[in-house]
Design a protein around this ligand. Structure first.
Ligand SMILES: [Zn+2]
Ligand SMILES: [Zn+2]
Length: 257
C-alpha cells in the first residue's frame, strides 16, 4: 500500500507542477503571480520532480519551439519526425540539454520572460544531488516493498519527467480526436485526462495556447484548470483578461513579463 501511495503521489505531483508551473506559467504566462509565489512553485517543482527535474529555462525554450514549429521539421519533439517514441525522446533530450545547460543560445523570442533560477538549475543538474534523490527513492522501496514485483516500479521514479514527456508528446500528437482543424497533428487523447492533469488536450491547447483551461467542450474536464481557478480565487495567481486568453499567437506569451 505504501508503495502504491508513493508511486501515485510522485506521478501526480510531478506532472501537476510540470503542467501548472513549467508549461502554463513558465512557457506561456497564461496567468501571472508574484515573484515570491513563483519561487515557491519553482521549488515545489524541484521537490516533486526530484532526479528528473526539468529546468524551467530548458523546458520553456523547447516548448515554445514546439508551438512555433508544431509537427514541422524544426519541431523539437514531434512524432511526425520519428519512427518511435524512444528516438523522439532521445532527440528531445539532446535539444533540451543544449538549452538547459546553456550550451546553445536560442532565438531571442524563445527566451523572453522565463522564470529563471540558475542556482536551482545547477543544484538539480549536479550528480551528487541526483544520487541523493535516487538513493531516497531506493531506500523507500527497501523499507516498504514487500513483494519482488514492486521493485519493477522503482526505475520509473528515476525518470518520471521523461515518462510524462513521452506520453504527452507522443500520444498527444498521435492518438485521439480533434476539435480544431490545424496545420499540426495535435489531438485530444482523453476526455477526462486523469493521467497528466489535462496535458493530453493537445489539440485544444495548440489552437488556444494562451487559454489556461485546456478543456473546450462541455464534457472535457481539465483538472489543472480547476486548481488554477482556486488559486485565482485565493489571490495566488491572476488570470489574464478574456480577450488575451483567446489570443491564438501560439508561439509566445501574448505579453511576456
Ligand atoms: Zn503539442
Ligand atoms: Zn503549450
Amino acid at each position: 500500500m505504501a508503495i502504491a501511495i508513493f508511486f501515485v503521489g510522485h506521478w501526480v505531483s510531478s506532472v501537476f507542477f510540470q503542467t501548472f508551473f513549467l508549461h502554463r506559467y513558465g512557457a506561456h504566462k497564461q496567468f501571472t503571480m508574484s515573484k515570491r509565489w513563483e519561487r515557491f512553485f519553482h521549488l515545489c517543482t524541484y521537490l516533486t520532480q526530484g532526479s528528473s527535474f526539468l529546468s524551467a529555462r530548458g523546458y520553456a525554450i523547447l516548448h515554445r519551439m514546439h508551438h512555433a514549429y508544431s509537427d514541422g521539421p524544426k519541431d523539437p519533439h514531434s512524432p511526425e519526425n520519428h519512427s518511435n517514441v524512444f528516438t523522439m525522446m532521445l532527440a528531445t533530450k539532446h535539444r533540451y540539454d543544449a538549452f538547459a545547460y546553456r550550451r546553445e543560445e536560442p532565438e531571442a523570442r524563445f527566451a523572453k520572460g522565463i522564470p529563471d533560477w540558475p542556482a536551482l538549475d545547477r543544484l538539480s543538474q549536479s550528480w551528487p544531488a541526483r544520487i541523493v534523490w535516487l538513493a531516497g527513492y531506493t531506500l523507500f522501496y527497501a523499507a516498504f516493498a514487500n513483494h519482488w514485483w514492486m521493485w519493477l516500479f522503482l526505475p520509473a521514479h528515476f525518470v518520471m519527467g521523461p515518462i510524462h514527456g513521452a506520453i504527452v508528446n507522443w500520444c498527444g500528437h498521435r492518438y485521439g480526436y480533434r476539435n480544431f482543424d490545424s496545420d499540426d497533428v495535435s489531438r485530444n487523447t482523453l476526455v477526462f485526462d486523469f493521467l497528466t492533469w489535462g496535458e493530453l488536450f493537445q489539440n485544444n491547447h495548440h489552437r488556444h495556447a494562451m487559454r489556461p483551461n485546456f478543456g473546450v467542450r462541455w464534457f472535457e474536464i481539465d483538472p489543472t484548470w480547476q486548481v488554477i481557478r482556486l488559486f485565482a480565487w485565493l489571490g495566488i495567481v491572476e488570470l489574464r483578461p478574456a480577450h488575451e486568453q483567446v489570443d491564438s499567437d501560439d508561439s509566445l506569451p501574448a505579453k511576456a513579463a
